[in-house]
Design a protein around this ligand. Structure first.
Ligand SMILES: Cc1cc2nc3c(=O)[nH]c(=O)nc-3n(C[C@H](O)[C@H](O)[C@H](O)COP(=O)(O)OP(=O)(O)OC[C@H]3O[C@@H](n4cnc5c(N)ncnc54)[C@H](O)[C@@H]3O)c2cc1C
Length: 497
């Protein structure tokens, strides 16, 4: 059933290396029995590897419960370890002094819109050019989508370019925006204003469902996704080039000591490493500092807002699929940037949230309490009454915009998506720009590995793309001092401009 390629991996060789053979799987369903989970298959076939690499915790993207799994592994007759992938190649595997190490051509950190778009675009190019490069994605969430806040007004521009057939392939995007309202709130009233947003052609979606679906698409193309693993360190070579990442150690006690179940993290080495960690990614921050990426293009420091979001299930009679509402004003005071949003998704679900810029003047302001107040506003309370909370979470958003975009290329890789700050602040949308930046970085990566070009092509492509044009158009939205207009009003009135 499996054909082995005899060509060597192009990855740089490692000390003490063994070879990890990745066979060509002649049919997807032969990789694992249909419907069987990857982790189950891993551990059944060879319990030792699962535990040695820490793959016991492997949970796949999990969008379709009965979907075909694409990976597994077993020992061959010579005792070599074999990983089964959709595409076949020999993977270098080494046991360095203190930890296991696996070589890939491309290592991507983060399975959000940016990371998965990069993985998909890269593998599409491999198919088009009949090239065989390996890609792995590490995701710190227990499964793909677990750390993505649901409830999103999605602009499908990048997805149309990446997977134009998404409508036929059951992408979880099926609620077009049906109305777009904009209110100014006082403590007791809601005053309707013309909406500054243009959400025509956009959809109200669950972003976590979309990335799960994208995870499946990526796996179908041969991308290896490892959820449950945080990339916790950057690996450098002796010339200070990035050569991959190390995953976090497991079984560490609170005081830092090693527990009985301690497992050293794995080194995932990549000829190119793409950082797609989302807003204020920890490794991305280190890389920006290490290579002075802001200074390189005189970018300003990044600024942030906090977004608190809840997904509710409400009474069917009150539910209007596709309805979009943004508010400004109460409960935020006049010196605080921010506003709220309320999106009606499908299945009686709504997503409600409050965004508060983190430069608020009042040191006693508590964004969570402001959000609680918002839900008790007379025009919102009635909608939520009788409903229940299904999910909640909070995340930061980049607010720096165009002026805060760093040089996104470093020796050995690039930064993509919200890690680099591509969120369009006045639109409060960053999924489409994150995806497009991932696609452009993937094209540059392919150029490096296949055509011998360099990663700077990503920076050039970015500046000629619609992402740059969008961010440039919105460039004066946030930095302008708000002298005459109060914070919240300013936050949204600029959208009319
Ligand atoms: C409250 C709120 C509302 C929003 N509303 C909208 C909207 O309506 N429309 C819109 O288009 N955009 C919206 N956005 C912005 C949008 O969510 C982001 O722009 C988009 O998700 C960015 O994609 P990304 O792939 O760059 O990062 P993310 O979506 O943040 O994905 C990063 C992934 O990387 C993982 N990760 C991070 N660090 C590591 C690590 N070290 N190791 C392994 N994995 C790691 C994370 O777990 C996560 O899964 C909103 C954001 C917030 C916070």
């Amino acid at each position: 059933m499996h054909r082995f390629l005899s060509i060597s991996s192009k990855s740089t060789s490692l000390k003490n290396q063994k070879q990890l053979h990745l066979p060509l799987v002649s049919s997807v369903s032969s990789a694992t029995p249909k419907g069987q989970s990857c982790s189950h298959y891993f551990n059944q076939k060879s319990p030792s590897l699962g535990s040695r690499l820490g793959f016991d915790r492997f949970i796949s993207s999990g969008y379709f419960p009965n979907r075909v799994n694409l990976r597994g592994h077993e020992r061959n007759g010579n005792g070599f370890l074999r990983l089964k992938g959709l595409v076949g190649e020999i993977r270098n595997y080494s046991s360095e002094t203190d930890r296991e190490s696996i070589d890939y051509d491309v290592v991507i950190v983060g399975a959000g819109p940016a990371g998965l778009s990069a993985a998909i675009r890269f593998k599409q190019l491999c198919r088009e050019k009949n090239a065989d490069f390996s890609v792995c994605v590490v995701e710190k969430g227990a499964e793909v989508g677990a750390h993505i806040l649901s409830g999103n007004v999605f602009e499908p521009r990048a997805l149309n370019e990446l997977l134009p057939q998404w409508k036929d392939e059951e992408a979880p995007i099926n609620v077009p925006v049906s109305s777009d309202k904009f209110w100014f709130l006082t403590k007791d009233c809601a005053i309707s204003l013309p909406s500054p947003f243009d959400n025509k052609g956009n959809y109200v979606i669950s972003l976590s469902q979309l990335v799960r679906w994208m995870g499946v698409k990526a796996e179908e193309l041969g991308v290896e996704i490892y959820p449950g693993f945080a990339a916790s360190e950057i690996l450098y070579d002796e010339d200070n080039n990035v050569v991959g990442i190390g995953t976090n150690d497991m079984g560490v006690a609170k005081d830092g000591s090693r527990k009985e179940n301690f497992q050293r993290g794995v080194a995932l080495k990549g000829r190119i490493t793409l950082l797609a960690e989302g807003c204020r990614g920890s490794l991305s921050q280190k890389i920006m500092k290490e290579y002075k990426l802001r200074e390189k293009v005189q970018a300003q420091h990044q600024t942030y807002a906090l977004g608190i979001k809840e997904v509710w299930e409400i009474d069917e009679k009150k539910h209007k699929p596709g309805a979009v509402l943004h508010t400004l004003g109460w409960p935020l005071d006049s010196k605080t940037y921010g506003g709220s949003f309320l999106y009606h998704m499908k299945d009686r679900q709504i997503s409600i949230g409050l965004v508060v810029a983190l430069n608020y003047h009042n040191p006693f302001l508590n964004p969570y309490e402001e959000f609680q107040k918002l839900k008790h506003h007379p025009s919102i309370k009635s909608l939520l009454e009788g409903g229940s909370v299904l999910q909640y979470g909070a995340r930061t958003l980049n607010e720096g915009g165009f002026q805060s975009v760093p040089y996104p290329v470093f020796p050995g890789g690039a930064i993509i998506g919200c890690s680099a700050g591509f969120l369009n602040v006045p639109k409060i949308k960053g999924s489409h720009t994150a995806m497009k930046s991932g696609m452009l970085a993937a094209e540059a990566t392919f150029g490096v590995l296949h055509g011998g070009s360099n990663m700077e092509a990503y920076w050039d492509a970015l500046r000629s793309s619609w992402v740059w044009e969008e961010l440039h158009r919105a460039r004066n939205y946030r930095p302008e001092p708000h002298i005459f207009v109060s914070g919240s009003v300013h936050f949204h009135l600029h959208l009319f401009i």
